[in-house]
Write a protein that binds this ligand. Structure first.
Ligand SMILES: *Cc1c(COP(=O)(O)O)cnc(C)c1O
Length: 363
């Protein structure tokens, strides 16, 4: 792969090389049709097969039961911040949100436009260094749903044990940055959504998995495009879907299935993350942002002794073919995003570099 470097960017993020190569062919001539995948009708049999296979692969990989719909939506994960309350939070009712970072704060702000929002837990005062244990908060059983962000992309925290809601309170999860990185029991959730560009494909499509009974909650006044029911009824083809992004999702899902599925990739992800956390634990030179029990397997966040050394670190890494290691502006420092498609070799290369850099740049 002489034309490739290791891309540690948080999103859009690295994709499997074999998928990119296939896409490069299909963008010009899809299945010998003489037309590219970005040119064919979304009503054509060729595309119908693509979206159908994307859905069936997702159902297979995550073991999604029949009483859940799988939707391919647009507007990014951010549009789900308002679609969730618009569809699930009736006027005069309340919803509960666990505040574990910027993405949950944004979702809370949107939900407040539609109803009362309770925040039974927040790690904001501690700098969003952790996610809560189930016993750390109390959820009002009158909540329409309990909302969480499974992996906090910016801070590098992730639930290792999912929150549990009171009986009859559905869990709603933003899984944008760890979707398909590990097995998830879908039956424990009412709704799961994930923007594609972290772990699933290019930007432009957002996957929504929603339990059938929740589709009926939306008020009659909701615009057609903003109802989950509309997209469920039309197989995500009420209007033109983001065809190329859906095609890419299918290719990534095929790749993941060939690799052994989500349990197999979970093991690989655990191994990759452990290499970096081992360095953070062994070398005081690197300070991890997340508390140990809340560490993300997807985004590893850390600081060096000084901001100047952090600058030098990211610049030197880039010159060696490791891009995108600068942390998010709201926490600073460094962040290595090591999603499904980041090869083990990339993480090993980074780990070696971290050891060498610390030795070569003592404080
Ligand atoms: C990136 C991200 C988002 C925002 O996604 P957009 O597609 O840009 O709207 C939301 N939630 C999480 C957890 C993210 O990582």
């Amino acid at each position: 792969m002489p034309d490739r470097i290791y891309n540690f960017s948080a999103g859009p993020a690295t994709l499997p090389y074999s998928v990119l190569q296939q896409a490069a062919k299909d963008i010009v001539n899809f299945q010998d049709s003489g037309m590219g995948i970005v040119e064919i009708s979304h009503r054509s049999p060729g595309f119908a097969a693509v979206i159908a296979e994307a859905e069936s692969l997702l159902r297979e990989l995550l073991d999604i039961p029949d009483n859940y719909k799988v939707l391919f939506m647009q507007g990014g994960a951010s549009s789900q911040f308002f679609m969730v309350p618009m569809n699930l939070l009736a006027p005069g009712k309340k919803a509960s949100y666990l505040n574990t970072g910027v993405w949950s704060k944004k979702a809370i702000a949107e939900a407040k436009l539609f109803g009362e929002v309770l925040v039974p837990y927040s790690s904001e005062t501690g700098g969003f260094r952790k996610v809560p244990d189930p016993g750390e908060y109390q959820v009002d059983p009158a909540s329409e749903y309990l909302y969480l962000v499974s992996n906090n992309t910016i801070y590098g925290t992730q639930y290792q044990k999912m929150p549990v809601a009171p009986a009859n309170v559905p869990l709603v999860a933003d899984m944008s940055s760890d979707f398909l990185s590990r097995p998830v029991d879908v039956t424990k959730f009412g709704l799961i959504f994930a923007g594609a560009q972290k772990n699933l494909g290019p930007a432009g499509v957002t996957v929504v998995i929603v339990r059938d009974d929740l589709l009926e909650r939306a008020p009659a006044s909701l615009p057609t495009m903003l109802r989950y029911q509309t997209h469920a009824d039309k197989g995500s083809m009420f209007n033109t879907p983001p065809c190329f992004s859906v095609y890419m999702v299918r290719e990534v899902l095929k790749w993941l299935k060939n690799l052994g599925g989500v349990a197999a990739i979970r093991d690989i992800n655990e191994e990759k993350a452990a290499w970096l956390y081992q360095i953070i634990d062994e070398m005081p030179y690197y300070r991890g942002h997340a508390e140990t029990a809340s560490r993300s397997r997807m985004n590893v966040t850390f600081n060096l002794p000084t901001p100047d050394l952090e600058k030098k670190f990211t610049a030197e890494a880039a010159s060696l073919g490791m891009a995108g290691l600068k942390g998010h502006s709201s926490v600073g420092g460094c962040r290595a995003s090591i999603y499904n498609a980041m090869p083990q070799e990339g993480v090993r290369t980074l780990a070696d570099f971290m050891r060498r850099f610390a030795a070569a740049n003592p404080v």
